[in-house]
Design a protein around this ligand. Structure first.
Ligand code: AMP
Ligand code: FE
Ligand code: FE
Ligand code: ZN
Length: 274
């Protein structure tokens, strides 16, 4: 039996694994396939594919876009996107630049709590490439001992709509889905349970969304069953992955959520039809 983990982050967003480490760990876990899905960035895909030539494992090019809807973050995964296209990379670069401004705004808000974070330090933690995000800021907050843990940083200051939170750029789920489709990718709703509004699924299907992430580290078995049923009822593709951030969230999650390879075949069939 072949298995795939279809949601893996690298240092090109808020993971701590280099693309090479992600490939190495995935092979150790006995996976046949992983999808590299960094937040708003595709720069980890090339190095993963390159490294996988000598360390065989199948790499699916992916991305995880952030969109906003009714003051909620909606994450849309894109599988098999044309990641080498210049126009596609240029739009992601603009989003990445917006992310830097957003982090700086959060740093400003933290000053109200007498917390001084050096913007350069956050950029250093982010490695000066790809997408900077709240997980990097949370690590900086732990480093200066403003909080005792990453979780505390989110709970007290930078979690969704906590006092120092700043919304992501004004990118709607519709725009995110259309952006992925334009890049010949398959748009899939990431971790639907974290959104807490299943009626949005039908709305997103109208925009061209093709699948939902049924299996995810934040989904219990019964929740996964619920989303599997919703997928079936709506003719949607089923995906799943660990959302591994390397050591970024404590333990290594890679391979802890995996799907049978038959689901990858279905994704590929759909991608060939776009
Ligand atoms: P950003 O893309 O900057 O909005 O950051 C979103 C990322 O922050 C998510 O992908 C997670 O990696 C992390 N994150 C968001 N909320 C939490 C939370 N409550 N606890 C831990 N990590 C979180
Ligand atoms: Fe993340
Ligand atoms: Fe996500
Ligand atoms: Zn993710």
């Amino acid at each position: 039996m072949k298995y795939a983990d279809l949601h893996v982050h690298t240092i090109f967003s808020d993971g701590t694994f280099t693309p090479e480490e992600a490939v190495r760990v995935a092979r150790e876990k006995g996976l046949s396939c992983i999808a590299i899905c960094d937040h708003d960035c595709v720069d980890g895909i090339g190095p993963s594919i390159e490294y996988s030539k000598k360390n065989p494992i199948e790499i699916i090019p992916g991305v995880e876009l952030t969109a906003m809807k009714d003051r909620k973050e909606i994450h849309i995964l894109g599988y098999f996107i044309s990641w080498k296209e210049q126009w596609f990379k240029e739009i992601l670069k603009k989003i990445q630049a917006e992310r830097v401004l957003r982090i700086n705004k959060m740093i400003e808000k933290l000053k109200r709590f007498n917390i001084e974070v050096m913007p350069d330090r956050v950029m250093n933690i982010a490695g000066g490439k790809g997408s900077v995000g709240r997980l990097h800021l949370a690590r900086a907050l732990v480093e200066i001992k403003a909080v005792s843990s990453i979780q505390a940083a989110f709970d007290k200051y930078i979690g969704d709509f906590k006092p120092c939170y700043v919304e992501d750029i004004d990118f709607s789920p519709k725009e995110a889905i259309e952006f992925i489709l334009r890049a010949k990718g398959i748009p899939v709703l990431a971790h639907p349970y974290t959104i807490g509004n299943d009626s949005l699924i039908q709305e997103f299907v109208k925009y061209g969304m093709r699948g939902i992430e049924v299996f995810h580290i934040d989904h219990s078995l019964s929740i996964s069953k619920r989303y599997e049923k919703i997928a079936l009822e709506n003719g949607l593709l089923v995906t799943g992955g660990s959302d591994c951030h390397g050591l970024g969230k404590g333990r290594v999650l890679l391979g802890t959520v995996r799907v049978p390879y038959s689901l990858v075949d279905k994704l590929k069939e759909a991608a060939n039809r776009i």
